[in-house]
Design a protein around this ligand. Structure first.
Ligand SMILES: *Cc1c(COP(=O)(O)O)cnc(C)c1O
Length: 233
């Protein structure tokens, strides 16, 4: 077994254990392998070990990998910051976008989504740790934005995504994820149909699963530590 394959297996086992502790079925939690900064060969290695959903954070880097791997049956998710001039490339190349936090961006993604493709599946990114992060809509503004986005023709609003402030304390991690879950529940009471909670990364996915995560986004625990190159977009 390669390192990536055995890391993947360990992550899968940990997801099963966390789901079991939470009284949930492990099949309710899908694993996104976050391959940003890693080469297409690392993605291929994970794919050969059975992983089919991958997430990327930098548009140009992602598209190079998507092109190289186009023969493989991979579902690509975009989880990074979205600049206005990158929406077309995102709309054309990804199945999911987790990091929508402005209506204007959602509107462009809907307009630029090629009509021969299924609707783009999107999550609204919510800033649940207001003091530490700049991305994401403020929780108080999430409802009107979610309602407007849900009306766009070529998108399907699936749920909420968050990147809480990092913490080593399981209970603090849980509290952040609980906020996102409760917000999702309130929006559903207002008539939205959000089935997705995209939350949990390498250091906190067990707490996220305890609070109802349906997608965990895991990079380091699968591929190892990232080395960032300057100027990646
Ligand atoms: C990089 C990234 C991840 C993966 O983080 P790890 O700690 O490596 O698991 C998850 N979500 C987002 C939005 C990211 O940018």
């Amino acid at each position: 077994m390669t390192t990536i394959a055995s890391n993947l297996q360990a992550v899968r086992d940990a997801i099963v254990a966390a789901a079991k502790l939470a009284g949930r079925h492990a099949e309710e939690v899908s694993l996104l392998a976050v391959s940003k900064t890693f080469p297409s060969n690392a993605v291929r290695e994970a794919y050969l070990a059975g992983q089919t959903r991958f997430a990327e954070s930098y548009v140009q880097e992602a598209i190079e990998k998507i092109d190289k791997l186009h023969g493989l049956d991979i579902e690509w998710h975009y989880i990074g910051p979205i600049q206005t001039n990158k929406t077309r490339a995102i709309a054309e190349n990804f199945s999911w976008v987790h990091s929508v936090d402005r209506f204007k961006i959602a509107e462009r993604l809907s307009r630029q989504r090629p009509t021969h493709l299924p609707p783009l599946q999107v999550c609204l990114q919510v800033n649940i740790s207001l003091e530490t992060s700049k991305s994401g809509v403020e929780p108080d503004n999430a409802e009107p934005m979610a309602i407007e986005i849900s009306k766009l023709p070529n998108l399907t609003l699936r749920g909420l995504m968050a990147v809480p402030a990092p913490s080593d304390d399981f209970n603090l991690q849980r509290e952040s994820f609980e906020q996102l879950r409760k917000l999702r529940d309130r929006l559903n009471l207002k008539g939205l149909q959000l089935d997705t909670l995209s939350m949990g990364m390498s250091h906190d996915f067990s707490a996220a699963i305890a609070e109802g995560a349906t997608m965990v986004r895991i990079g380091t625990a699968i591929f190892g530590d990232r080395i960032y190159l300057k100027g990646a977009t």
